[in-house]
Ligand binder design. Structure first.
Ligand code: GDP
Ligand code: IMO
Ligand code: MG
Length: 428
């Protein structure tokens, strides 16, 4: 029985939530290993639509044990709100396990996220404003607060004091904001402790034991490869490791335990926030993708930037993550286009470049070299086998597969749970 990782291969919102849901019936544990409530996963089950932020999407499947592992940053109030909202809709959330080593997002992280963005002005990242960056900065800077600190008032107070010491100078003197009182933070965090206590465990040990028993563990990545702090379009990235390697460091499960890496790609590309995006469209085609694909953020409601499929990015993701299988989502959104351009390489300063350039400045002014494919007009949302697809849609998928560095094992043709064409077993 395998351990598998799901990762976003582009700039997020590829449909990772739906892909997790697709596999959830076959897994025992689902683990969120990076990011926090910057993520937004929409899962449609029948007439019900769920939006998950901090909890892994797999929580929707009865019997699966959901885990928030050490690589995640947790806004505890958001956690409770999400648990309550799901409970109210009949989802069993009682099995949730949270790592004692996961870091806590506090009010000062949220404040710093917003004020630093404002301060950056035109250079802003366009963060989700959830305090993600400042919380990871504290983690790396060794002044973070971890879940386990909530169970020791003395330690908690010392750590909050340490963290606020510098930050209050910054808030008051640089950003012209009010200082944050240590007591305010400590009191709030302590008020969560009793409710959290039964959930907070050694998740690395529990996951290891599950794998030893032969159970199946699915690691569910938030964000995506091009937003990864090491491998993405830095500095226009999130602050965590969203690539498959992050599943190991973010959970304490060794890389050699991971058998499958499932990359999720959209049949086109979207991005939220600032940063380079070579195939971005500013014309009616962009509007077509945004309207047809309902490309508005699950977390912030922001309209997503839209563009054509970028094959060098898919190849890059295949390499960085070791993708064994791709799930291509939203093929149905392309229905009705006469011609569908696909970026096969870039031109940088008059020179053809076949792979994602290592220099960020080059990537910023890379212009796509397109190959065009014939579109289709038939409704494909009812297709359940590859052969059900019109010939032109089949050709589009096969051409993309040949350029993307891994086989395309499933194809999404609609938001619903069953709107999928399976070509190969994702776990085998
Ligand atoms: P995630 O962050 O990667 O989980 O993706 P989001 O949930 O933010 O965005 C993906 C959106 O596309 C969601 O609204 C899904 O319901 C929807 N979706 C997923 N797969 C498909 C598909 O194959 N076709 C269509 N039309 N929508 C899809
Ligand atoms: P899912 O998991 C798309 C983007 C933000 C911003 C940058 C940094 O739903 O795919 P942050 O708040 O993380 O510091 O913002 O990253 N971003 C996402 N874009 N999907 C996401 O998550 C994202 N999470 C963060 O828009 O550009
Ligand atoms: Mg999303």
């Amino acid at each position: 029985m395998p351990a598998a990782v799901i990762i976003g291969a582009q700039w997020g919102d590829e449909g990772k939530g739906k892909a997790t849901d697709l596999l959830a019936g076959r897994i025992d544990y689902v683990v969120k290993f990076n990011g926090g409530n910057n993520a937004g996963h929409t899962v449609v089950i029948g007439d019900e639509k769920y939006a998950l932020h901090l909890l892994p999407s797999g929580i929707l499947t009865p019997g699966v044990t959901p885990v928030i592992s050490n690589g995640v940053v947790i806004d505890i109030e958001v956690l409770f709100q999400e648990l309550e909202a799901l409970s109210a809709r009949g989802v069993d959330v009682s099995k949730l396990r949270i790592s004692a080593n996961a870091h806590v997002i506090t009010a000062y992280h949220r404040t710093l996220d917003k004020v630093t963005e404002r301060f950056l002005g035109k250079r802003q990242i366009g963060t989700t404003g959830r305090g993600i960056g400042p919380t990871y900065a504290d983690k790396i800077n060794r002044v973070g607060i971890r879940m386990q600190d909530l169970f020791d008032e003395n330690i908690l107070r010392q750590k909050v004091e340490g963290a606020l010491d510098q930050k209050n100078h910054l808030l008051v003197k640089v950003y012209n904001r009010r200082a944050i009182a240590v007591d305010e933070i400590v009191t709030e965090l302590l008020s969560y402790a009793e409710r959290l206590r039964p959930m907070v465990v050694d998740t690395a040990l529990e996951l290891h034991q599950a794998l030893e028993r032969g159970e199946t563990v699915l690691f569910e990545g938030g964000q995506a490869t091009m937003l990864d702090v090491d491998h993405g379009t830095y500095p226009f990235v999130t602050s965590s490791s969203a690539t498959s390697g992050g599943a190991a460091t973010g959970s304490g499960i060794a890389p050699n335990r991971i058998d499958r890496v499932i990359g999720i790609v959209k049949a086109y590309t979207t991005r939220v926030g600032s940063g380079p995006f070579p195939t971005e469209l500013f014309d009616a085609s962009g509007d077509f993708l945004r309207e047809n694909g309902h490309e508005f953020g699950t977390t912030t409601g922001r309209p997503r930037r839209c563009g054509w499929y970028d094959a060098p990015i898919a190849r890059y993701s295949a390499r960085i993550n070791g993708v064994t299988d791709y799930v291509m989502t939203k093929l149905d959104v392309l229905t009705g286009l006469e011609r569908i351009p696909v970026c096969v390489a870039y031109e940088v300063d008059g020179v053809r470049v076949d792979e994602v350039p290592v220099s960020q400045s080059d990537f910023h002014h890379a212009t796509p070299i397109y190959e065009e494919f014939a579109g289709w007009s038939e409704d494909i949302s009812g297709a359940r086998t590859f052969e059900d697809l019109p010939k032109n849609a089949q050709d589009y998928v096969l051409a993309i597969e040949a350029m993307s560095g891994a086989r395309i094992s499933a194809i999404g043709v609609g938001p619903g749970r069953d709107a999928i064409i399976a070509r190969h077993d994702l776990l085998d």
